[in-house]
Design a protein around this ligand. Sequence first.
Ligand code: GLA
Length: 689
Amino acid sequence: MVEIAGNGRTWLLSGPTSSYAVHLTENDELLHLHWGARITLPDAEALAMRPLPDYWPFESPLDGREEYPMEGGPRFVRPALSVRTDERRGTEWTFETYETGDDELRLRFRDAGLGITLHYRMRDDVVERWVTLRNDGPVVELLRADSATWTLPDRDQWRLSQLHGRWAAESRLTRSSLTYGEKVIGSRRGHTGHQHLPWVALDADATEERGEVYGCALGWSGSWRIAVAQLPDARVQITGGAGYDDSGLLRLAAGESFTTPVFAGLWSDGGFGGASRAWHAYQRAYVVPDAERDRPVLFNSWEATEFDISEEQQRALARRAAAIGVELFVVDDGWFGARTSDRAGLGDWTPNPDRFPAGLKPLADHVHALGMQFGIWVEPEMVNPDSDLYRAHPDWVQFQPGRKRTEFRNQLVLNLAREDVQEHLWEQLHALLSSAPVDYVKWDFNRCFTDAGWPGEPSPQRLWVDHVRAFYALLDRLRAAHPGVAFESCSGGGGRIDLGVMSRTDQVWTSDNTDPLDRLAIQHGFSQIHPARVMAAWVTDSPNTQLNGRTSTLRFRFVSAMAGVLGVGGDLTQWTDEELAEARDWVALYKEIRPLVQRGDLYRLRPPTGGLSAVQYVRGDESVVLAWLQAQSYGEPVPALRLRGLDPTATYECRETGEVYRGVVLLHHGLRTGLRGDLDATVFRLCRI
Ligand code: GLA
């Protein structure tokens, strides 16, 4: 809902529990008024009457109060917008008009030839913000064009939560006190990156279930930056957008425009748990395609067979996968071109003739005959120098003239900003998806940008933005042409996870780390912002082959992976009959609890910090608890799990134990898990009776 004050200079957006208000001064300064608990229009108007503080000449009264700080004039904060023409640098805008409709507010400003529109859209309690810049004058260089600046209310001490990581160790949660100055996170790698999820949360005194939490998440799959600044008067602002440096995003000629990605903000007073549940609901309702449809249990061949694959061997795996209840069989890397190792073949998206002499169709048909869907792995934005594509088009990659072409994993990045490259990839992938009945594509991206040059292009800098736009356009075009095909976003695990890619893929590969214990922490961090509905998790072999050799029971591995979109990634040909039978039971159990896991409300009962940890999902009258014990010390009793989200007056039956409890007892005294020793795990299903 958008409300406008009588003077047409104060705007109020409201969701079910929160409001957001801005005010335009007589000097056309756009000031932030309110973000937090729901208020009325008279409240917003009263806030707008408060005068700006009177500062000495060394501080600016605008700093920390503007909705979209520009460069120039009385401002010392990091500008959200920094532009220059041949003539001058900076912006001095005048207000033109506002428009409303569809829960969206557009505020239009102009500075000479440059039109600047700030967009606000309320999606439940999430405020989506973005900016469009349209140039109708001489060339304008966009040095920086952030999506939004968020302003927090005054509190005694802010605390920052972030999700940091690296390859195989993504999305680990840390919280730290904010101090004066700036904290900057981001990626200068050309993709979202494993190092930070583009999300921050700020709170003053929240707990998992109580207190105010502000969160901001960016929807962009290229380089990005979020800066959290505590200004000299202790006010806090969060600015974020595409690109890491301010060295130039794009040049806009007359008639050209740029739309920033969406930077979404959420206020919640339900603690970290409440904020996560609101983020999850928002993504399921407005971001993730077909989120009301549950994702199937998949098998992925990567850890089982790596590059050494053949049709016969994949058929054997498929038969075993089908027998344990798998619904989607995915052939990972190694099926195409000369791809028998990571040294060759990337770029040549036709089946390897030695491995699949009649193409992929016979295997796909076999998989379908076994009652499963069929999926494949691709990495379209990359090329091995040892490939037919690179031999034919060595200039199709990103490179700087006269410089070395840096290889990572023996591969180079294609320059997707080029239209010929875009068209080639479309043709290859469209042909591939038309050549065999493919239901699922795992889309990988296995290295960062390094030599992002584009010889011959007058404005090579645009490659960073245009690559992402071309990637999105390619996905959109493929989805439109092949509506039955689901897509997974992967980038060496979780290197490309953000709201932008999530709006055009069906799930994401959370991490290459499939160790079930490490995964608990990775999943704990991931769940701060993203829902289990997109969080792919595989059960792989024990000892763990990829990372650490850790031994764990099938039970522990399954219960860990059942917290997301369950997959199996072990070498099933090596599993014993007993293991296969046990796996079949776990898969069957997962299918039963799947609607709760994928579409329910998540409560993190205890974080994975060494002892007992647990999550609970609640949907309607049903609930399921997944609990893990990392290590029991000194034989001490394992604490009972106090549940959440239940009706205290209702009675619940536990399917596992047959015991009947009143809700109030589960909420106040908890459920005894019976877990003991090391790496133990269990599942409890509760149903209201
Ligand atoms: C990346 C992915 C893995 C696998 C390999 C294949 O590392 O994250 O899951 O697909 O590539 O080369």
